[in-house]
Design a protein around this ligand. Structure first.
Ligand SMILES: C[S@@+](CC[C@H](N)C(=O)[O-])C[C@H]1O[C@@H](n2cnc3c(N)ncnc32)[C@H](O)[C@@H]1O
Length: 213
């Protein structure tokens, strides 16, 4: 089958800028071995998260939705030695794999797995606010709640990001409640006066908002 030009260009970027090391490959194999769905970010999306984190000098970060720890490792690696990642995951099966992944990748000393429902875990994290960077990649119905929490708990100049902004193209042809929730999220991001925002068209679309002063 002939590949689309966008796929060829994505591969070009991934080959040049987002090579997976042995630990990242191990995590994907481990996810497969435990029958987890193949719904992690891609390597080029991981590299984009790192680039954004480095651009704003992120030291304190949260990810909401960890799966097997793949995105968490990309994020933790973009943190300085005194930085910290709080990785929130409600499934205890997934959280156990995430802990093993963080050990395997050598980032366990700067990444905590917070096991439980995201809103409960975010409430527990309030004492550590303000945060520099938040990555949302969990239940779409709650993205708007995670956004509201993020705006209150980011520093000025901090960044909230959200995965699957394009819903593999369905964002312009809504077919499910999840698609509609993502569309509502994108619209509330676009219209929020406390954020400068856009969607970066890498992978499945990364929605991005920077908190204004
Ligand atoms: C798309 S996967 C995350 C992929 C991961 N960010 C990556 O790229 O490697 C979504 C994860 O969110 C978790 N999740 C879903 N709803 C959640 C909730 N309300 N609170 C915390 N975690 C949740 C799921 O168990 C799943 O592991």
């Amino acid at each position: 089958m002939v590949k689309k030009i966008t796929e060829v260009l994505d591969q070009y970027v991934a080959d040049l800028f987002a090579q997976e090391d042995e630990a990242l490959q191990w995590i994907q194999a481990e996810a497969d071995r435990h029958d987890l769905p193949a719904i992690s970010i891609r390597a080029d999306e991981g590299r984009l998260l790192q680039t954004l984190m480095l651009a704003i000098g992120a030291k304190k970060a949260i990810e909401i939705g960890a799966l097997a720890g793949y995105s968490g490792v990309w994020m933790a690696r973009a943190l300085p030695a005194d930085g910290h990642l709080y990785s929130v995951e409600k499934s205890s099966k997934h959280a156990k794999i995430v802990r093993a992944s963080f050990e395997k990748a050598g980032v366990a000393h700067k990444a905590d797995v917070m096991e439980g429902s995201a809103m409960d875990m975010l409430r527990k994290l309030e004492g550590k606010a303000p945060f520099d960077f938040i990555f949302i990649d969990a239940d779409k119905a709650a993205y708007k709640d995670y956004l509201a929490w993020s705006i209150e708990h980011l520093r000025v100049g901090g960044m909230v990001t959200a995965h699957n902004a394009f819903r593999e193209g369905r964002i312009v042809n809504l077919q499910s409640d999840e698609d509609r929730a993502m569309d509502a999220f994108n619209r509330s991001l676009a219209n929020n006066p406390r954020l400068e925002s856009t969607i970066i068209g890498v992978g499945d679309g990364l929605a991005v908002g920077i908190k204004k002063g």
